[in-house]
Design a binder for this molecule. Structure first.
Ligand SMILES: [Fe+2]
Length: 265
């Protein structure tokens, strides 16, 4: 496992979850006022730079070339390995598996050899200290890069993940995780488990806006308004019309079965 330590970071930081190959969302995020006075090395991506949308290559090149700090998501790990599926852990969700054959193949096809090498070298976890609090950034969970820590999970499951983190790197005050694409903010035994949601796909809640987080005195979730129609049209133009293109506009996923029942519409 690759763990990268950033040391002590001062000043405002931004956190984005899965970009999911959504170049329109990434560009809008980088252009909005919250990002104006934040250097790229204060922007954290929690993995899955590439996934459902049209522009895997451009998104990965942006993150790499701007020097945004990122861990690998399951998508980066699978693409770096040349695997034939996204490794997301939705084996029991046939619609999701079926849909992934479309977008994953597209993302794999767009990713250059250089990007695959870059993805292979990305850390699994990142640690840093900010305002005297120790953070760790993981993708899904500590037990598995594709662990789904949904907002509905019970405290015992989070406690088990925290125990693994503690075993590996010692106590932290906050875990920044992603993979589910849904905002979550829970504190268990004094440790905060926070998920900013995805930047590149709205949560399964009927809204087009996506989300990111600002870390300053506290962690705040912010909505991102961007040109979802353009992102949708870019997907259509490259033949990604299996369902997630409509999700950008409707705010509902085509793979509801992959969600816990409490999160169904
Ligand atoms: Fe993921």
């Amino acid at each position: 496992m690759i763990i990268k330590d950033l040391g002590t970071v001062t000043g405002k930081m931004l956190v984005m979850g899965g970009i999911y190959s959504n170049l329109q969302a990434l560009n809008a995020f980088l252009a909005q006022p919250d990002a104006h006075d934040v250097a790229a090395d204060h922007i954290i991506c929690t993995g899955d730079i590439v996934a459902y949308c049209a522009d895997a290559r451009a998104c990965a090149e942006h993150v790499r070339d701007l020097g945004i700090v990122t861990i690998a998501g399951n998508c980066e790990r699978q693409i770096a390995a040349g695997a034939d599926d996204c490794g997301c852990g939705f084996e029991n969700a046939p619609t999701c598996s079926l849909l992934s054959r479309g977008w994953y193949a597209h993302a794999l096809d767009q990713t250059t050899v250089g990007l695959r090498h870059w993805m292979a070298d990305l850390p699994d976890w990142i640690t840093f200290i900010h305002r005297d609090k120790r953070y760790v950034v993981v993708h899904g969970g500590a037990s598995d890069i594709s662990k789904f820590v949904w907002p509905t999970v019970n405290d015992a499951d989070i406690r088990a993940e925290l125990a693994l983190i503690n075993q590996e790197i010692g106590r932290v005050d906050c875990v920044l995780a992603s993979h589910t694409g849904i905002v979550m903010d829970r504190t268990v035994d004094g440790v905060r488990w926070y998920n900013s949601g995805a930047l590149g796909m709205p949560a399964h809640a009927g809204k087009q806006t996506t989300s990111y987080a600002v870390i300053d005195d506290d962690i705040e979730t912010h909505d991102l308004v961007y040109d979802a129609q353009a992102a949708h049209d870019a997907m259509v133009a490259v033949g990604l019309v299996q369902g997630y293109h409509d999700s950008l506009l409707s705010g509902y996923w085509p793979s509801e079965e992959s969600l816990p029942p409490e999160l169904h519409r």
